[in-house]
Design a protein around this ligand. Structure first.
Ligand code: HEC
Length: 157
């Protein structure tokens, strides 16, 4: 604690006020990128669920819809890193600080995410439902391995 801060604290204590905690100041500072990446992941889940529902036979296999979802997934995989600004493990987030300590590995996983969604987009155009299913299985592994290592719980993968 700096001298100025402790002096302020004792003055504030004397008059019955509290200094805002540094943690909440940081939560505010990183609120925007955190919300951005959580929004991206929410959309990823939405489109992933549609594709996964089709290959599992829970939803009708519709080529046009499949292409649309695959295109969104590819786009989302390409903007995901924008929300992972340095230091933003502070706040209302499940992102582990390891993301920034092991940034090259995190970025590598995100590149795999991009590669699998690009492959999905290509195979979705004309591939058989089984071929699409195989890519979705590979994509699911990427979601899971990233969440296992870099997200606080695996819920939502
Ligand atoms: C390269 C790493 C990585 C990949 C790949 C990845 N995620 Fe995530 N995901 C994260 C991190 C980190 C968070 C936590 C973000 C936060 O709370 O700030 C997250 C959060 C989420 C959330 C919760 C969003 C919220 O509102 O809190 C969902 C749902 C999700 N991911 C789904 C998926 C799905 C589905 C896939 C694969 C199709 C996927 N993710 C791929 C890293 C990844």
């Amino acid at each position: 604690m700096t001298g100025a801060r402790s002096l302020l604290l004792s003055v504030f204590a004397a008059i019955g006020l509290q200094l805002p905690a540094p943690a909440s100041a940081q939560a505010t500072r990183y609120e925007e990128p955190i919300r951005y990446r959580q929004a991206v992941m929410t959309l990823v889940k939405r489109h992933y669920d549609q594709v996964s529902g089709m290959v599992k036979g829970k939803l009708p296999f519709n080529r046009e819809e499949l292409n649309r979802h695959a295109a969104y997934l590819e786009m989302l995989s390409r903007v995901s890193l924008d929300g992972f600004v340095a230091g933003s493990h502070e706040g209302n987030t499940k992102a582990r600080p390891e993301i920034w300590k092991e940034w090259a590995r995190y970025r590598g996983l995100n590149e795999k995410f991009q590669a699998e969604t690009t492959r999905l987009k290509e195979i979705a155009r004309a591939g058989s439902p089984d071929a699409v299913k195989a890519v979705v299985a590979d994509l699911t592994k990427v979601c899971k391995s990233c969440h296992d290592d870099f997200k606080d719980s695996s819920v939502g993968s």
